[in-house]
Design a protein around this ligand. Structure first.
Ligand code: S3P
Length: 169
């Protein structure tokens, strides 16, 4: 089977989208695109600053514009932010020429991987675990619906996840 033109990784914070995406791109000789990092570069500020100054909606607008722009880049692996699926208008651009892979992580794994994180504004509050749980309940059906491949990541090394993705695309 020919390789897909793009591979798009979706899933919650702490699922390993950036780490796995970078390794997957290296294996395939594809460009690695990380939408959060590219939004930060474009804006000249980090994500906490964007949330602070422009609010979540300001960030989401930047995210939608970036997802649309990056849908044109072929031979690429795109790591999206956890909330990129929340705007329906993004869905056609996420799916365009792509195999969408849902990196699925248990709540425990998400909590473990985002502990003491300072760079994720949605988790800077008294109950980050509650936030992760609510987001998971809300978003899991959307990730699942969008995905061509659902890949469990719990207790797996990034290397193993990359190998399993390569076997499924
Ligand atoms: C968000 C996830 C973050 C980042 C922003 C919002 C979310 O990306 O886009 O903080 O809504 O889940 P990661 O999934 O890479 O942490």
């Amino acid at each position: 089977m020919p390789l897909p033109r793009r591979i798009v990784l979706v899933g919650p914070m702490g699922a390993g989208k950036s780490t796995i995406g970078r390794q997957l791109a290296r294996e395939l000789g594809y460009h690695f695109l990380d939408s959060d990092r590219m939004i930060e570069e474009r804006c000249g500020a980090d994500i906490p600053w964007i949330f602070d100054v422009e609010g979540e909606e300001g960030f989401r607008q930047r995210e939608s514009a970036m997802i649309k722009e990056l849908s044109e880049v072929g031979a690429s692996v795109l790591a999206t932010g956890g909330g990129a699926v929340m705007k329906d208008e993004n869905h056609p651009f996420l799916k365009q020429d792509a195999v969408v892979v849902y990196l699925k992580a248990s709540l425990d794994q998400q909590i473990e991987r985002t502990r003491k994180d300072r760079n994720r504004p949605l988790l800077q509050n008294d109950d980050p675990e509650g936030v992760l749980r609510r987001l998971y309940e809300l978003r899991d059906p959307i990730y699942t619906r969008l995905a061509d491949v659902v890949m469990l990541t719990d207790r797996k090394s990034p290397r193993l996840v990359v190998r399993q993705i390569l076997n499924r695309i």
